[in-house]
Design a protein. Sequence first.
Lengths: 530, 333
Amino acid sequence: MEAFSLLGDGLVSALTPANLLWAFCGVLLGTAVGVLPGMGSAMAVALLLPVTFQMDPTAAFILFAGVYYGGTFGGATTSILLNTPGQASSIATTYEGHKMALAGRAPQALGTAVIGSFVASVIGTLVVALFAPVMVDFALKFGPGEYFALTVFSFVAVAAVVSGSVVRGIASLLIGLAIGLVGIDSQSGAPRFDFGSAVLLDGVDLIIVTVGLLALGEVLYVAAQGRHAPDLASIRSGKPWLKRRDLRRSWPAWLRGTALGTTFGPIPGSGAEIPTFLSLGAERRLAKRRERRGGEKSEFGKGAIEGVAGPEAANNGSAAGTLVPLLGLGLPTSATAAIMLAAFQQYGLQPGPVLFERNGDLVWTLLASLLIGSVLLLAINLPFAPLWAKLLKLPKPYLYAGITLFSVLAVYAINGSTVHLVMLLAVSLLAFAMRHFGVPVAPALIGVVLGPIAETELRRALAASAGDPSILVNSGISIGLYVMVVVAALLPLAAKLRRLRARRAEAARDSGNDGDGGGEEREPAGTASR
Amino acid sequence: MKVAPTRAALTRIAACGAAAILVGVAVVDVRQSAASGTGENEKLLLIAPAAPGGGWDMLARELQNGLREEGLRRNVEVSNAEGAGGTIGLTQTANREGQSGVLTMTGLGMVGAVETLGSQHTMADATPIAQLASEYLTVVVPKNSPYRTADELAEAWREKKGGLPVAGGSMGGVDQIFAAQVAQSMKVPPDGINYLPYAGGGEVLTSLLSGTAQVGFGTYGDFSDQLESGSVRALGISSPERLDGVDDLPTLHEQGYDVEMSNWRGVIAPPGVGEEEAKKLERVLAKLRKTPTWADTLKRNRWTDTYQGREEFTAFLKEEVTVARKTVKALGL
């Protein structure tokens, strides 16, 4: 328990009025940057770095911590309200979050997101503080073979998001995978589908895809419906606070999301996307199982609070997890972490195996600042949730004009290039067509995010083994993940078979002995099929 | 009853006043930044052809900080134009033909990308101004690797060829050019090596530590922390002589492998800027180089001072383009 007293010392040295002010600025700035699509926390930290050259280390850490956690959370606001994720890690939040907003539960969605972020940040930071060395060992066991198994598992886990027609879902997934192929192939350097344009060499920016598919596509669709489009202003916003029932359903999701985030966050090279998708998939399955067992009905597809609570906790959990390789090995595994590493070195802090012994006081101060950052994140953002939700009360024309302006600006800000705007227009027309023909856009987003990761890792694994496919299954982690894939795929099938058999038996009994009421327990057909 | 309207009117007047002041300030501000000013108030735009946090972005921000700190230029703006190995930034520079007060960060990575990607603009479409700093490259292996010297690695590599996975930065980048040159000097055909490209030095290290790749190629700074802690071991460095502070690390050259290269960084201006402007930019950088702020920058980033003025840098750049072209060809990219 020495760690706790050290952390306490860190808290004491970090808790000064000036530092609290820095933390406040950091969280505010981070949230603002996270809300704007196309601006990540990496950008904000890079811009702040020169400013911190003149600050003392503690103040600088606190500022960074605030920006880091604030930025990770900020994306949730636009995801929920406007269906426009600010960054890849908030894509999973949009699925249920925006549906909650449409059902008039925007304040609850925002509330559970901010509390989830807080819970995950606090637990994640504590876990990092106490178990960093163990987690480093685990993270290093992830070679490309294990990583590929993880992406396969994620694909299966989020397949649940694809509801409705299987053919349309697969068509959408393929569209996403195709978009993900554009650009220089990282493994061979060969340009793919660039049509001779230098701008396409870097692929279609993820921001263009998310903004185009979700926000602008929706704007075009609403505009095409004209007066018949549903008016968001008529949505009753209801009570602005989380009810007991919301809390009861949120807290297990927060904890599961935190666990997924902090487990997979430290794996070098993995972003927050995989844990958020895994969390969304897990929550959906659990809600279904609860419904089958006669519990509350699953609200997935109509705005389930667990579908916001889980992924939001997962992305802040993985933001904390990213610090594990950074502090434990000196390995920056994300752009933000790379810039933070530069900042640490500036103060003579040398991340690596001996960090905790050599610069103990500074490290504990840093971890304490992260805790302070998460508390302020909650304090600043929770009161604003009902206020933000009022945004939806704007009359339709203004709201959609605002979304359009916001989206176009975000895309233009990536590189100041008009070619990106043309790409955005093309993607939004595609999204409009998809909506018109009833093709869901969610699988396309999953394809764009997970497709390139899966491809890179598979090819990297096979290159490392000189073409021997056994590298894919030569470790316990990979085998375990594949077993889970098979189980996850077979369970619904088995359940279906069991139901079918039960029904047949019943039918046989019914025909023999009419009217004994045995059919009452029968589940409505098709609840678990997709 | 009279109070409310009066208050409303007052509020309105106050709001109008505030708006007027804001607009006024904005107009003055715009005027100031539009007028290019002279001397230290002259506007300078630094184009970083990389994402925030990337190597060229760091250079641009260090320049911005240094120029401001030392009072050489107060009005310095950094603009990121990431993409396609820096060639997007090069194209943007070429399109600013004749514009003064623009400096674009460049380096070996851009030279390599121009060759591998067949970019529409080349280094000949810019005005070289100065080389600022360099980092040398090293060959590293994990601590439990059987290879202890460059010779042992050369022998094994010749035997295994594609069976030996090696890791480095992205395709066509500096690390791969380095790997190709090392392979060539070790008599391994460069197009037959099994090169695993990663997004950055951190990922290359992970790949080594997790046992995926057996040899890593990258700048010394990428590996310095791990070299110190002993989790990886360096087999050779690409500098002409042993470096200060790490004199136990032999150069590749002294071990009989003729590889001498550095990941240099410099700045270029748009084409057709004229002698006068080029001289002025060079002068500012020459001044900055002599300041304590810049000395601190070099130390903090572990960069070696390899400053070259305009004339020297132009000749050097030409040579680098020729070498890069040859290496890219040998790699079969």
